[in-house]
Design a protein around this ligand. Structure first.
Ligand code: C2E
Ligand code: MG
Ligand code: MG
Length: 682
């Protein structure tokens, strides 16, 4: 469209739009429409000069929304005019041919009147022009002659209902075949005209050409609101649609979201290549679009392998879970990707709520959290939103998110728990255990935050800090008590062990703190050393650092495998030691005879088994050159049994609780015999 604009007005407009680009790109897009710059080339040019894709997408979304609003307003005006024409036509039909013809001829909108048996009795010039006929030619056609292959089946059903007097209006988008073989897309409103007795007499069709509007879909604003790979609406468009449901729908409208993430997509991408990955995304998008067909439903791709199905006003939660189940089912069908035949599964978070209960942002956040639960519950499933679980989850998230700041504020401290030689009660080392002095929640134990730190990746800086602090402390003890070398054990999570920089990080920290590598023990769980490249462990062991397997007996308990790794110490998990609690046999079994010789009257069946297991583990560990430390020793009886079974070291409340470094310093000063000194609890 040509818009006359003098240069001052143009300058003013441009600077206003440029200012808007920075803070509200949607408003800038809408500004184009308000300035009547609705020719698609204007948007195309605007988008071309914007480097930032995100901003461009938002400009286009704002433009598309404003244009749609303008078009709707235009249609609204038209509908009113048409209804007036309708009334006029009705009057005209009664008043006589000549007046009616005058009205018809002047209408810019195509108007046609047909009888109940489908004969076209009147069309105006606009309608005839639209389809490329003369008025006379068109008047010889019948309504069914105007069918087009793209007519949805229910369109003609609606027409039947109109003719049968079951409805008074039908409004839809219809393609008409042109006389020249082309097609013209129209916005069609068909109304029933009844006679004075109310019996159906004519139908009157009013059509407006919307071919240009539909062609807009090939334009930049369509591209900016749709994902180029799959053709599905993109994140911006889904957000826009959701926003509109909330702002435009009635107060008791409900809204449902299935937030979906493909399981193991990264693996497919990595193993079969990105091209196959892309094909898979297209196939998935296709299936989702089919699941989401129908009024008020839309499927969109919001990022990599994340999709959303949005349902406006679902019948209730069941409609959403039904949809989620169907999606899982449809996705489980094999997909042929070039030469590869594969299957995908997905995890889905399902949320359904009334628009008054929530906001678009909250709804999507709830869907996201619920998806996360579906993932962690084992994938290939949908999980529905649960407010309580969500609150717990949110609290966890909050805690995890606070860890980086807490590191800056030095809120993490270490306590040290003595490791004691079972033979003579001497302190042979300490295990460093982290505590979080949380400003609101008080002291938090590692079980509360280490798993979170592991999930979110913040374990790496936290773990480095712990290692640094523990090594610095151990080095200080070594300087003050050169005759009483005290190794420090530091715990490592799976991802710390998998971190390629671990050996160099440790080397750097040892160098910086001046700690002798022989005084450092790294505690790893079995799962951390299982399917892991053993080279980093060897690099550490070659420096003289020792490796302990923590909580042995809770995982694979695969001694044969451990034999091939540079491991030095086995830490027996607390539950085995618990099992020994009931046993206090009159005479401990000699280390060469197995426990069946223990009088069973003194032992519960379970503890006999535990005793046998501990006995076996200790023997095997010793056979492959590992020292054994028992964890969680709480009673004298347990300590006695463990010593009798040949266990080397004990750790537990019986000997000492975890305590601040100063308390350990005090112990060292007094000779380091833990059992001789009552230790303060903390
Ligand atoms: P863990 O390495 O097995 O540490 C031993 C845990 O048992 C400690 O719990 C300790 O306080 C507790 N404990 C010691 N003696 C007894 C006893 O006689 N009876 C009972 N019931 N428990 C006893 P804590 O300090 O709460 O640490 C829990 C876990 O958190 C640790 O288990 C370790 O896996 C992890 N952890 C602690 N500090 C760190 C750290 O700095 N980094 C990493 N990655 N993990 C850590
Ligand atoms: Mg440990
Ligand atoms: Mg342990």
């Amino acid at each position: 469209m040509f818009v006359p604009l003098d240069s001052a007005a143009l300058d003013a407009l441009l600077s206003r739009l440029a200012a808007l680009l920075g803070k509200d790109p949607e408003a800038a897009g809408a500004g184009l429409v308000e300035a009547h710059l609705t020719d698609p080339s204007v948007l195309a040019a605007t988008i071309r000069i914007l480097d930032d894709k995100e901003v461009a997408a938002r400009v286009a979304a704002g433009y598309a929304r404003a244009l749609r609003a303008a078009t709707l307003a235009e249609q609204e005006r038209l509908t009113k005019a048409v209804l007036a024409a309708h009334a006029a036509a009705e009057r005209a039909l009664r008043a006589g041919e000549s007046r009616m013809r005058a009205i018809f001829q002047n209408a810019a909108v195509g108007i046609g009147v047909s009888t109940m048996d489908g004969r076209i009795v009147r069309v105006n010039q606009a309608f005839a022009d639209l389809l490329g006929y003369t008025v006379d030619e068109m008047s010889r056609l019948r309504v069914p002659d105007l069918a087009h292959p793209s007519d949805p089946p229910d369109m003609w059903q609606l027409y039947e209902e109109l003719v049968a007097g079951k409805r008074d209006h039908v409004r839809l988008e219809k393609a008409y075949p042109r006389r020249d073989g082309g097609v013209v897309w129209t916005d069609l409103t068909s109304s029933l005209i009844r006679d004075d007795d109310g019996a159906p007499e004519f139908t009157i069709a009013m059509v407006q050409d919307i071919t240009d509007r539909l062609r807009l879909q090939d334009r930049p604003e369509h591209q900016a609101t749709h994902d180029p790979l799959t053709g599905l609406p993109n994140r911006a468009m889904i957000a826009d649609r959701l926003e509109r449901i909330f702002t435009e729908a009635g107060a008791d409208t409900r809204v449902g979201v299935c937030f979906l993430d493909l399981d193991g997509f990264k693996r497919i991408n990595d193993t079969l290549g990105h091209q196959v990955g892309d094909e898979l995304l297209v196939a998935v998008a296709d299936r989702l679009a089919r699941c989401a067909s129908g009024p008020g439903r839309v499927a969109g791709r919001v990022s990599g392998d994340e999709f959303v199905l949005l349902v406006e006003d679902p019948a209730g939660p069941d409609e959403m879970t039904g949809l989620a189940a169907r999606v899982l089912d449809v996705l489980s069908q094999p997909v042929q990707l070039g030469r590869h035949r594969t299957r995908v599964s997905a995890s889905i978070g399902v949320v359904e709520a009334g628009v008054q209960e929530t906001s678009p942002a909250e709804l999507m956040k709830a869907a996201d959290l619920t998806l996360y639960v579906a993932k962690s519950e084992g994938r290939g499933r949908y999980v529905t939103y649960d407010a309580d679980r969500d609150a717990r989850q949110a609290a966890r998230y909050e805690l995890a998110a606070a860890i980086p700041d807490a590191l800056d504020r030095q809120e993490f401290t270490l306590v040290y728990q003595p490791l004691v030689a079972l033979a003579d009660g001497r302190m042979t080392g300490v295990e460093a255990l982290v505590r979080w002095q949380h400003p609101d929640h008080g002291e938090l134990s590692p079980d509360r935050f280490i798993p979170l730190a592991e999930e979110t990746g913040v374990i790496l800086p936290l773990g480095r800090r712990v290692l640094e602090q523990a090594c610095a402390q151990a080095a200080e003890w070594a300087r003050h008590f050169p005759d009483r070398p005290l190794p420090v054990s530091v715990n490592m999570t799976v991802s710390q062990v998998h971190e390629p920089s671990l050996p160099s990080d440790v080397a750097r920290i040892l160098a910086r703190t001046g700690l002798d590598p022989a005084l450092l023990v790294l505690e790893l769980t079995e799962s951390a050393v299982m399917d892991n490249d053993s080279a980093p462990l060897r690099a550490l062991a070659d420096r003289g650092i020792r490796i302990a397997i923590d909580d042995f007996g809770t995982g694979y308990s695969n001694l044969a495998y451990l034999r091939r790794l540079p491991v030095h110490i086995l830490k027996l998990a607390g539950p085995f030691v618990d099992g020994l609690a009931a046993s206090s046999p009159a005479s401990p079994p000699s280390s060469s005879s197995a426990s069946p010789s223990v009088p069973s009257s003194f032992l519960s069946a379970a503890s006999v088994v535990d005793e046998q297991i501990v006995d076996t583990i200790v023997r095997l560990a010793h056979a492959i050159g590992l020292a054994v430390t028992a964890e969680g020793v709480e009673t004298r009886a347990q300590a006695d049994r463990l010593r009798a079974l040949g266990c080397d070291t004990g750790q537990g409340w019986l000997f000492a609780r975890p305590q601040p470094a100063a308390a350990i310093t005090e112990l060292l000063r007094r000779s380091g015999d833990v059992t001789d000194h009552p230790l303060q609890d903390r």
